[in-house]
Design a protein around this ligand. Structure first.
Ligand SMILES: *[C@@H]1O[C@H](CO)[C@@H](O)[C@H](O)[C@H]1NC(C)=O
Ligand SMILES: *[C@@H]1O[C@H](CO)[C@@H](O)[C@H](O)[C@H]1NC(C)=O
Length: 185
């Protein structure tokens, strides 16, 4: 027993994963903190990185004037995780006051999920739906669910921030969810 242990022990630090590494579980857990903050309208529990940035419809905006600063009841929430780019995508819909919203948010992290480095949100009121995209700003790819979210901008009718979520099952596109914001601001 003793010789075996002396061989294994030096390896233990390598085998112990960082608790906040970019795993599917930690990414989805981080997405849960975002959802909780959105429901409560209180961002104080979000672990923001020192270089944190919040984008709302492709424009930088302080969290204090974000959708997160108002509590909202969410009628639908779905999150996917991308362990390769250490990011998650959450889609939520709120149909109640103060205003109905369809929102796609990417949470981006640096090397691990202990902090959030970017909250990138495309928000639209229901009815503002389009299908085309021009400028691609970022992808979140969930290899388990087979879904891809692309935040982009559809420019031919003016500047319209846009989010497309595409789900691929057995090599076929099964499902496309698009959020396009017609008004910016
Ligand atoms: C937000 O949550 C924190 C911690 O739970 C609490 O101390 C603070 O008062 C809350 N802020 C608002 C505006 O409710
Ligand atoms: C990520 O990890 C690398 C290697 O440990 C380090 O050099 C880099 O500064 C880290 N980046 C951030 C944003 O923490």
């Amino acid at each position: 027993m003793a010789p075996t242990l002396s061989i294994l022990l030096p390896l233990l630090p390598l085998l112990t994963p960082s608790t906040a590494a970019c795993t599917r579980e930690s990414l989805l857990a981080s997405a849960q903190t975002y959802i909780a903050a959105q429901k409560s309208g209180n961002t104080s529990s979000l672990p923001l990185s020192p270089t944190f940035k919040h984008l709302h419809n492709n424009k930088e905006r302080p969290l204090s004037t974000s959708l997160l600063s108002t509590p909202r009841s969410l009628s639908l929430v779905r999150s996917t995780a991308d362990t390769t780019s250490c990011a998650s995508y959450t889609m939520w819909i709120s149909t109640s006051s103060p205003a109905p919203y369809v929102v796609g948010t990417q949470l981006r992290h640096d090397n691990d999920t202990s902090t959030i480095s970017v909250i990138d949100t495309i928000a639209a009121t229901t009815g503002d739906l389009f299908f085309d995209a021009k400028k691609t700003l970022g992808y979140v790819i969930d290899e388990v669910q087979g879904s891809v979210d692309v935040l982009c901008q559809f420019d031919s009718l003016g500047t319209m921030p846009d989010s497309h979520e595409i789900r691929v099952v057995d090599g076929k596109v099964k499902y496309v969810h698009t959020i396009t914001a017609l008004k910016i601001g």
